[in-house]
Design a protein around this ligand. Structure first.
Ligand code: ZN
Length: 501
């Protein structure tokens, strides 16, 4: 059995290597590749991903999993062997249930749909993508039906990015959250707007990049095993546990953009760097879900990076880097500026309080489309209605309405958005557990010390990689199921002070 297990691990390492090689090519494409590399790069990525897929769905892997399962289970649920078999079995079953014919049809369709969206959005022409979107919806439903026995048609689609999470549970948690958030947003936006003009002066790029990376490094992002490069849309990518990279972009006229997106991506990267090195080149390496991943980016970006304590330590340093820009701007004014809450139309620019309203309405629209209760042609209107209802504003056109996000135009309908809000909810749930273990953490943050928090997260969360499902992790760390109370408490405390709620 040991030698069969070694053989399985070898085969999985080959799959991981091919996938990682594709990630290097993707990273290169998003950072340094000259435009002329485009067509060949598309082909190279397709070659690598089909090689990886072929190797993974090899019946020999299925046979090894069958043979090894009783042996691994005998070692106990918490053993790494049992976890590897469990996780690989899950991925394998998902991969073999989806016919290659569907994969080919979907990838051909989504390339065209994405291209059409890049033209439709600037032209505010939803009609030109409506047929594509209808086909995406059909393909999404077809995908769900490869997994019969689901409770809700969105479940198989959610199960990829957020394994084990069900539409019904998410819907319940989200509707509780929405009920709490809508009145808070109203109370805040009825007040005088915070002034964020100090952030909108000219901040030279080099200094912004250096400051952000310094903070990320002091958080615990290991630059011996990582680096930062520039791109259009910031992301984090993993080639191995020893090489986890972040990218960022800089707006010289808006200080908050590069800084907070660097801290966000560093949070993702610290999670990946913190995985148990024994899991290298296996399906256990890497974060377990989009929600848990997002909980870590949000912890370092918001819970830590936008806290008052954090800036008590860093603001004097920031003022030294940008003395002219921040002259006469006190800590209070700066802290209010980086936590400005406003009704806005664009999800990616939204503040901590309103962000989840943007996400939850997209999640609800996805469910309604999948259920057949909302037709594609009526979706833009439903979008505007929800913005009016939840955020009290409405986009003047579909550019910042139904055409806003790339997700449905480059991927499936279903499972695209819930991870963002699940992550926010979990960030507070996990942070709360860290504080119970180490009540001194906020004081340490005020002194620029992150070791206690980082070590706690590494020991209780990061090291497990994909060993446990998200629900198992939530239970292990917080002692109960997913719940919104710590997150609501966090928002009410922080914004209650800022806005006298
Ligand atoms: Zn993220």
């Amino acid at each position: 059995m040991e030698s069969k297990f070694a053989e399985l691990k070898n085969r999985l390492a080959e799959v991981t290597d091919l996938t990682a090689a594709a990630s290097v090519l993707n990273w290169d494409q998003a950072t340094y590749m000259p435009p002329g590399g485009g067509p060949a790069r598309g082909r190279q990525l397709a070659t690598l991903s089909s090689l990886a897929q072929d190797k993974f769905v090899d019946p020999e892997i299925g046979k090894l999993l069958d043979e090894l399962q009783p042996w691994a289970e005998a070692k106990g649920y918490d053993s790494d062997e049992a976890a590897l078999i469990r996780k690989t079995r899950r991925d394998y079953d998902r991969a073999v249930k989806v016919p290659t014919d569907w994969v080919a049809r979907f990838s051909a369709h989504s390339a065209g749909a994405y291209q059409a969206w890049t033209e439709a959005r600037p032209a505010n022409d939803f009609k030109s993508v409506a047929d594509n979107l209808k086909k995406t919806l059909d393909l999404s439903r077809e995908f769900a039906d490869f997994f019969p026995g689901y409770e809700h048609i969105a479940d198989p689609l959610i199960d990829g990015p957020d394994p084990g999470m069900k539409a019904s549970d998410i819907r319940r948690v989200f509707s509780e959250l929405r009920e709490q958030l809508v009145p808070i947003v109203k109370k805040i936006t009825d007040q005088k707007e915070a002034d964020d003009s100090p952030l909108r002066k000219k901040y030279p790029e080099e200094k912004q990049l250096a400051f952000g990376l310094q903070v990320a490094n002091e958080f615990g992002y290991d630059l011996e095993r990582g680096r930062q490069d520039k791109t259009h849309h910031p992301f984090c990518t993993t080639f191995s546990i020893g090489d986890v990279r972040i990218t960022t972009r800089v707006k010289e006229k808006y200080l908050a953009d590069a800084l907070f997106s660097t801290l966000h991506e560093a949070g993702h990267a610290m999670y990946e760097q913190g995985v148990n090195p024994d899991y290298e080149a296996s399906p256990l390496a890497g974060g377990v879900s989009s929600g848990v991943h997002e909980s870590q980016s949000r912890t370092w970006e918001n819970v830590v990076g936008r806290s008052r304590g954090f800036w008590e330590h860093y603001y004097p340093q920031l003022k030294k880097v940008f003395p002219a820009q921040l002259k006469g701007v006190g800590l209070d004014k700066f802290y209010r500026a980086i936590n400005k809450v406003e009704r806005s139309l664009i999800r990616t620019d939204a503040d901590e309080v309103t962000y989840n309203l943007h996400v939850m309405l997209r999640f609800d629209l996805e469910l309604q489309m999948l259920e057949g209760k909302l037709e594609i042609k009526d979706m833009p209107e439903a979008w505007h209605d929800r913005y009016k209802n939840d955020l009290g504003i409405q986009a003047p056109s579909d550019v910042n309405g139904a055409l806003q996000d790339v997700h449905w135009y480059g991927g499936l309908i279903g499972g695209a958005f819930q991870g963002y809000t699940l992550g926010n909810i979990m960030s507070a749930l996990f942070y709360d557990a860290a504080l119970k273990a180490h009540p001194q953490i906020p004081k340490q943050i005020g002194k620029g010390e992150y070791n206690t928090l980082h070590t706690w997260l590494r020991t209780n969360l990061y090291t497990h990689g994909s060993k446990y499902t998200p629900n198992e992790l939530i239970q292990r760390i917080s002692g109960g199921p997913l719940r919104i109370e710590p997150y609501i408490r966090y928002l009410k405390t922080k914004y209650g002070e800022l806005y006298k709620l």
